[in-house]
Design a protein around this ligand. Structure first.
Ligand SMILES: [Zn+2]
Length: 106
């Protein structure tokens, strides 16, 4: 599972406070890759309530991340928007108990 690789574990941490982010959404993306959206929930962290996206390719590697770079790749805006919409769908489902079929938010 890609989710258990050390690289993914590292990428799931807030890069400000270095604590694990809260998984907010998992969104299918291009070419069989998956976007994992995390939020920092650390009180007082500069990134508190800030989200970031980790893209895992179909083969389990992380997209665009090069060793030695301190920053994570900036996602194309449409991908971020799509991930955020997915979060809204999930939150809506959690709030209302309704289920949205796959693909309805694409
Ligand atoms: Zn943080």
């Amino acid at each position: 599972m890609a989710e258990t690789t050390p690289e993914f574990t590292e990428a799931s941490k807030c890069f400000r406070c270095k604590l694990p982010g809260e998984p907010a959404a998992t969104v299918p993306s291009d070419g069989g890759s998956t976007l994992h959206v995390f939020f920092c929930r650390t009180e007082g962290c500069r990134w508190e309530d800030t989200s970031w996206v980790v893209q895992v390719m179909k083969n389990g590697t992380l997209a665009h991340r090069r060793k030695g770079e301190k920053d994570f790749p900036v996602m194309p805006q449409w991908q971020i928007d799509r991930a955020r919409r997915q979060i809204e769908v999930i939150e809506h489902e959690q709030a209302t108990g309704t289920q949205t079929g796959p693909g309805d938010w694409s």
